[in-house]
Ligand binder design. Structure first.
Ligand code: SAM
Length: 248
């Protein structure tokens, strides 16, 4: 039986309590999503969609988990233990006077990219995640605002990972010379047979010259320091008087 409250003050306290519980347990929604991915539920529903009377159907959100441009890898990455446990330290992190070390380093004792350098499974999780995010979003980005690349002869995709974003740009503008710059352990795994070139480099040391510098990170990276990425690459682009195309 629902509690009927006469006093508006009591109602306000109950509403606040309801919000507190909802906020406290909101992580369960993420964990339910993780279980659905682990159990490949969206795939199962997708493959039974042709049944005469399907009991379940995919929603617009769960449709993002099936098909060729699905977001399974990036969501799997974001809900993996190394990422999830990182956020248990937000309180301690706020007590620092400085933003460094970033949340990830505080939790794991090393930066995300350092861990990726020596942990092949984690590296694959990151690289595959970024490919899925870029493959999905660049298709839309090229349709919606591809004109920003018009008239550029060469583009440097800084921290471009395995190059899914650069490949999408290169497909749309075949005469545009696209280069991906990333750390050596990532460039080592770069796909062969694309029109994109790959170079090893550290963006905090230098960025090779190009007509334009491109930077795309997944927004979820705010806790590993995209502000740093953004600032360094932006300052560099300004110093070179190079157009800076940013997709944060
Ligand atoms: C968030 S991922 C983005 C990948 C790609 N831009 C995308 O959106 O698909 C960041 C990338 O930056 C690379 N990276 C991290 N530190 C770097 C550095 N100092 N110099 C160059 N690349 C770096 C990582 O290896 C990773 O591939």
């Amino acid at each position: 039986m629902a509690l009927t409250v006469k006093s508006t003050d009591d109602q306000a306290v109950l509403d606040a309590e309801h919000e507190l519980w909802a906020t406290t347990f909101s992580y369960i929604k993420s964990m339910a999503l993780k279980s659905a991915l682990d159990l490949r539920l969206a795939d199962a529903i997708h493959h039974h969609g042709g049944a005469a009377e399907p009991l379940y159907a995919l929603t617009p959100v769960s449709r993002l988990l099936v098909g060729s441009w699905n977001l399974v890898s990036i969501i799997t990455m974001l809900l993996s233990p190394n990422f999830v446990t990182t956020f248990l330290g937000i309180g301690a992190w706020f007590e620092h006077a400085l933003p460094d070390p970033c949340l990830f380093t505080q939790a794991h004792g090393e930066a995300l990219w350092t861990m990726a350098d020596h942990d092949a499974t984690f590296d694959a999780l990151i690289n595959d995640g970024m490919v899925s995010d870029s493959s999905f979003i660049m298709d839309i980005a090229m349709r919606e605002c591809g004109e920003v690349f018009q008239g550029i002869g060469s583009l440097m995709d800084v921290g471009g990972g395995l190059g899914a974003a650069a490949q999408a740009i290169s497909r749309a503008f075949p005469s545009l010379e696209c280069t991906v710059m990333d750390l050596d352990h990532v460039v080592d795994k770069a796909p062969a047979g694309t029109d994109v070139k790959y170079v090893v480099g550290d963006m905090f040391e230098s960025v090779p010259p190009a007509d334009a510098v491109f930077l795309k990170v997944c927004t979820s990276y705010s806790f590993v320091g995209p502000a740093n990425f953004f600032l360094f690459v932006f300052v560099h682009a300004c110093a070179l008087r190079t157009p800076f195309i940013n997709m944060l």
